[in-house]
Design a protein around this ligand. Structure first.
Ligand SMILES: Cc1cc2nc3c(=O)[nH]c(=O)nc-3n(C[C@H](O)[C@H](O)[C@H](O)COP(=O)(O)O)c2cc1C
Length: 646
């Protein structure tokens, strides 16, 4: 008997039986060629998820026409030449008894002329300035609308020819189908806009045309935004009216999601949102139809998934980032090995990479998107290796070196693994990031690395292990910024402030609004202090990237006891005050009882220098912040590269 039996009961979509209730959510991966063609790297990604046990893989939004392309390395399905590549992908997944689906999409107002080379085409000239190019789109004519419907039908025909088991229409996330439905994006007053029925016309035409193209035997899925979460956009009540109409037009399953670009935190939810947050919406929609419903949204483990099925919120669960982080999640749940799951922490690094047109990798799993390149190759020359530091970089390099056959010992000064990840533990909504350390440490241990805590690594203690190689992952520590008077004021480092609740703080100045500064400000504000954050640059937590910082920063700015100054420098400090300067204007702060300088971060590299100075000492390498202070993502990527090389 497997764990989570409800998840592993076969399910049915139209005439297709699926071996379990787990669908892989469509996720753009930026792994396609600029022509839209699938690559071997893409196939490897999918085959790993098929082998891991998901029943149906929905690849990603595939543009049905080049004018609707969203990203440079997105899959296309606009050309017959693309079919052979998909055949190879589908064959690879079928070998593992997984079914494969194509999601048909056209970007409309949510794309950019920088990608397509043409002015975006949309229902109305409503530009999208969030995450898209901000071009004013051209309103499509009725003749162009017919061409668009035909492009969806042609794409569906190609999908069937390639052998896809199901076809999904991307009606969610504010792309063209959703744009026609939405009063936010559709300002027309013709037969395709104006009232509910006319806004519904285009989606229904697409559904009927795609249904006709695929024939009655191929299940037709429709991705639906339950709620657009923008003022004047579609609401859950609207979606409950739309759902039965889609069913009547020939849809076999509704795949419930949420949001549009302007409310993108609802498309791919940050860690501040609860696991399974869209399930209540799915339940309401499910009440209005007789076809099965699936739902996405931070479904992170077997318990969350089973609860959704058992409560009757949905018939299937759609997992995006959870399978991105761990392709084997279904198998691990079924075999009762949930503690081994590499958990997605909803850091949104993947989303940020998507926006930058870079391969969509993963903070939690360096193997993701590099399945072939990073296949484990056993070493021919096993060594004794000491890794110093059990932060994310140290844990990742230790795991890989141990998996490859080296004898690895990790020294960590703190009593537990995680390094700077642990600083997130007291930040409201961010504790999951600290949980990543548990997952990384478990993987390192299972690989055979020995982890020792509470050990202060010195030259002597390292040499006592007789290592051939030492990898330093000692991280970075906050330094003292060159501000006049800093020695006179009540300055305390951010690590101490976050780790140990100081005595009562009434008014604190956080110097530097990077990711550490924002975390420090959250913690101090949560403890009741009035907090002033001063950042010389133009934005807070800038190094995290747009999507990962979005909610983190918005939540800070929303706090009543936090004042943020960007584009501002701290010129001088005294016993209880500070002089700030913004655009040539002086601002004086008084009554400060705490100053927390959060920049610069200084690499902790003394041990490396001492080891390198030894005659005939071990080989020494550095990874992560002790080479150069950066994000955890950069650190683990660098660690993985070294872990596969040594
Ligand atoms: C990097 C990234 C790319 C995505 N690309 C698509 C896509 O191509 N089509 C789509 O319908 N949804 C896309 N989504 C949304 C996901 O399918 C999913 O609904 C969302 O991530 C929430 O589910 P999750 O918490 O299981 O990831 C994407 C999300 C992310 C993070």
């Amino acid at each position: 008997m497997s764990a989570a039996p409800s998840l592993f009961t076969p399910g049915r979509i139209g005439g297709l039986e699926l071996k379990n209730r787990i669908l892989m959510a469509p996720m753009e991966k930026n792994l396609a060629l600029p022509t839209g063609a699938v690559t071997q790297r893409y196939i490897d990604y999918c085959e790993a998820r098929a082998a891991g046990g998901a029943a149906l893989l929905l690849l990603e939004s595939m543009y049905v026409h080049p004018a609707g392309q969203n990203h440079r390395h997105q899959l296309g399905i606009h050309d017959d030449d693309l079919i052979p590549g998909y055949r190879r992908l589908i064959e690879a997944c079928h070998r593992h008894e997984a079914r494969v689906g194509a999601e048909l999409q056209f970007g409309g107002r949510q794309t950019s002329s920088l990608i397509t080379g043409v002015q975006p085409r949309a229902p109305s000239p409503v530009p999208c300035t969030v995450l898209a190019g901000g071009d004013v789109p051209r309103a499509v004519t009725p003749a162009e609308i017919r061409e668009l419907v035909e492009a969806f039908a042609e794409a569906a025909r190609r999908a069937v020819l390639a052998g896809f088991d199901v076809v999904e229409i991307h009606g969610a996330h504010g792309y063209i189908v959703g744009q026609f439905l939405s009063p936010w994006a559709n300002r027309r007053d013709d037969e395709y806009g104006g009232d509910f029925e006319r806004r519904l016309r285009f989606p229904l035409e697409v559904v009927r045309a795609v249904r006709a193209a695929v024939g009655p035997g191929v299940p037709l899925l429709y991705r639906l935004t339950a709620d657009e979460h923008v003022e004047g956009g579609l609401t859950l009540a609207d979606s409950c009216r739309i759902a039965p109409r889609l069913e009547a037009a020939g849809v076999d399953l509704l795949d419930v999601s949420a949001g549009i670009y302007e409310s993108a935190m609802w498309i791919a939810q940050p860690m501040e949102m609860a696991p399974g947050c869209l399930a209540p919406d799915a339940r309401e929609i499910r009440r209005t139809v007789t076809i099965p419903v699936s739902v996405a949204g931070r479904i992170t483990d077997g318990q969350v998934a089973s609860r959704i099925l058992e409560r009757g919120d949905a018939d299937f669960v759609t997992l995006g980032r959870a399978l991105h982080a761990d392709p084997e999640l279904p198998r691990k749940i079924r075999e009762g090995r949930e503690s081994e799951i590499v958990a997605c922490v909803a850091c949104l690094t993947c989303n940020d990479l998507l926006g930058k047109n870079q391969p969509v990798l993963c903070l939690a799993n360096t193997h993701t998107g590099r399945e072939r390149e990073y296949a484990i190759r056993r070493t021919g020359r096993p060594e004794r290796i000491v890794v110093v530091g059990a932060g994310p970089a140290g844990l990742e390099v230790a795991r890989l070196l141990a998996r490859r056959g080296h004898a690895v010992t990790v020294f960590e000064r703190q009593a537990e693994p995680g390094g700077q990840l642990l600083l997130n533990r007291p930040v409201p909504g961010r504790a999951e990031l600290a949980g990543l350390a548990v997952s990384l440490a478990g993987a390192a241990r299972r690989a055979g690395a020995e982890l020792r805590f509470g050990v202060n690594a010195t030259v002597a203690s390292v040499l006592a292990e007789h290592p051939d190689t030492v990898v330093l992952a000692t991280g970075a520590v906050p330094g003292i910024p060159p501000i006049a008077g800093i020695a006179k004021g009540p300055a305390v480092g951010p690590f101490e402030v976050i780790r140990r609740p100081a005595g009562r703080v009434r008014c604190a100045l956080v110097v530097g609004g990077g990711m550490l500064g924002v975390a420090t400000a959250h913690v101090l504000a949560e403890r009741g202090a009035e907090v002033v954050v001063v950042e010389a640059g133009g934005d807070l937590a800038f190094e995290l990237g747009l999507r990962p910082r979005w909610q983190f920063v918005a939540d800070l700015r929303a706090r009543k006891n936090v004042t943020v100054f960007v584009g501002t420098t701290v010129e001088e400090l005294d016993a209880d005050g500070a002089l700030l300067r913004r655009a040539g204007q002086d601002i004086r702060l008084r009554g400060l009882d705490l100053v927390v300088p959060t920049r610069p971060m200084v690499p902790a590299c003394a041990l490396g220098e001492a080891l390198r100075a030894l005659d005939g000492g071990p080989a020494v390498f550095e990874v992560g912040d002790c080479r150069e202070p950066r994000t955890a993502f950069d650190a683990v990527q660098e660690a993985a590269a070294l872990g596969h090389r040594l």
